[in-house]
Design a protein around this ligand. Structure first.
Ligand SMILES: Nc1ncnc2c1ncn2[C@@H]1O[C@H](COP(=O)(O)OP(=O)(O)OP(=O)(O)O)[C@@H](O)[C@H]1O
Ligand SMILES: [Mg+2]
Length: 117
């Protein structure tokens, strides 16, 4: 099992959710976050001084998936969250983490059945 953590542009959530649903991936957690990538957000010059690094609003998706769904999930997010023909800086990032276990509280079932569709 893997925990896929994706940071995306907020306006891309609908496209990403649709792309995931087409691949039978529905279970997810979405959180409002702020972050900066290697462009360090953006800087503004104010009275001749460069202002501090900005944290830009992003969304964080956390998706627990079984191994069989990992590639399809990553590909769906990459394609749906990318902007323009070739992508733009700030389009986001995906982290793939090993997932030790998952427990569905209602039933107590654990492991891959707890995160399956
Ligand atoms: N190494 C990282 N660790 C934690 N969060 C990150 C990391 N890289 C990116 N992020 C998160 O992802 C968001 C989007 O990153 P972004 O797409 O700007 O990545 P990038 O590495 O700067 O690539 P690009 O050059 O395409 O912009 C950031 O605002 C931040 O929230
Ligand atoms: Mg960036």
């Amino acid at each position: 099992m893997k925990l896929i953590v994706a940071i995306i542009r907020p306006e891309k959530l609908d496209d990403v959710q649709r792309a995931l649903a087409e691949r039978d991936v529905y279970l997810m957690t979405v959180t409002d976050v702020r972050g900066c990538g290697r462009q360090r957000g953006y800087t503004e010059v104010y009275r001749g001084q460069e202002m501090q690094v900005r944290l830009l609003p992003k969304l964080k998706l956390e998706i627990g998936v079984n191994e069989a769904f990992v590639d399809a999930t990553v590909e769906a997010i990459v394609h749906a969250a990318r902007t323009g023909e070739t992508g733009n800086v700030g389009d986001g990032k995906i982290f793939v983490l090993s997932l030790e276990d998952a427990i569905r509280i209602r039933t107590g079932e654990s492991g891959s059945v707890a995160i399956g569709p």
